[in-house]
Design a protein around this ligand. Sequence first.
Ligand code: PMP
Length: 313
Amino acid sequence: MSFENIEWIWKNGKIVPWSEATVHVSAHGLHYGSGVFEGIRCYETEAGQPALFRLNEHLERLQSSAAVYNFKIPYSNDQLAEAICELISVNGFKSCYVRPICYLGSASLGLHPGKCPVEVAIMAWSWAAYLGADGLENGIRATVSPWRKFHSSMMPTTAKACGQYLNSILAVSDAFERGFDEGLLLDQNGRLAEGSGENLFVIKDGKVITNKADDSILMGVTRDAAVEIAKALGFAVETKSLELDDLLNADEAFFTGTAAEVTPIRSVDDQTIGEGKRGAITEKIQKTFFDAVSGRDDRFRKWLHPVVRSVTV
Ligand code: PMP
């Protein structure tokens, strides 16, 4: 990943140069992680025009994450959508990852946010396969994290909020230190929750299974897309709580996420999943996903929001 090709940032209603998009050290969000954000991918499509994947769903989740924390985002989803398109255009990206963030700025450092303003910024940059091109093709090596995913009675698991990611950072850092590609978190009861930044699917006897909101997961937009794709491909899909054994005895497994896309899991700790490579059903779902995001599958064109290039700085 590199920020080198970012020239412009959208900040509080204006396109500003990268060097001006700064945050004051007294910002509440910096001290306490009081912010909410999204990750959205924009893909180059067959038609030649870049398109944002499921933009509305991401913006709706941003608004609901903000609502949980009682942050009032001073822009509508239409305004944010326009800002995102403008930002992608001025930076000249054909494909990119988009990161809108709404965080509490500077006014006081009492824990109660008080009069701290809600600042809004949007970044966009080129971000290749999050778990690596080899991971997409051959699968990644995951490890069960010693860190548990917090329960929804402790933090709103369905919100994508900045401070909540310290839990993920602990899990992924531990996984990397022990030589794995990703950490998989169990919930407080020892059932499967999710990856540090991905939802989990297992496949058993031709059935595609994923867990649900009660299992301390973020309700992923890609998870929802994978469910719809699996159904369209004619596979039975089930959502239910999953035990670690369900994963270890699965025929196939994969992670989904905006950054991670559809990434097969080839092993968990020292145990191989299925044949220890990308499984056949995973491959079909992955291929259809990449067809969908790049406008090659009419069934899923509804998920694409074309980037209209009208603005210049
Ligand atoms: N879980 C967590 C903890 C995540 O950070 C992400 C990435 N946003 C996901 C799941 C997958 O969500 P999505 O498909 O909406 O990117």
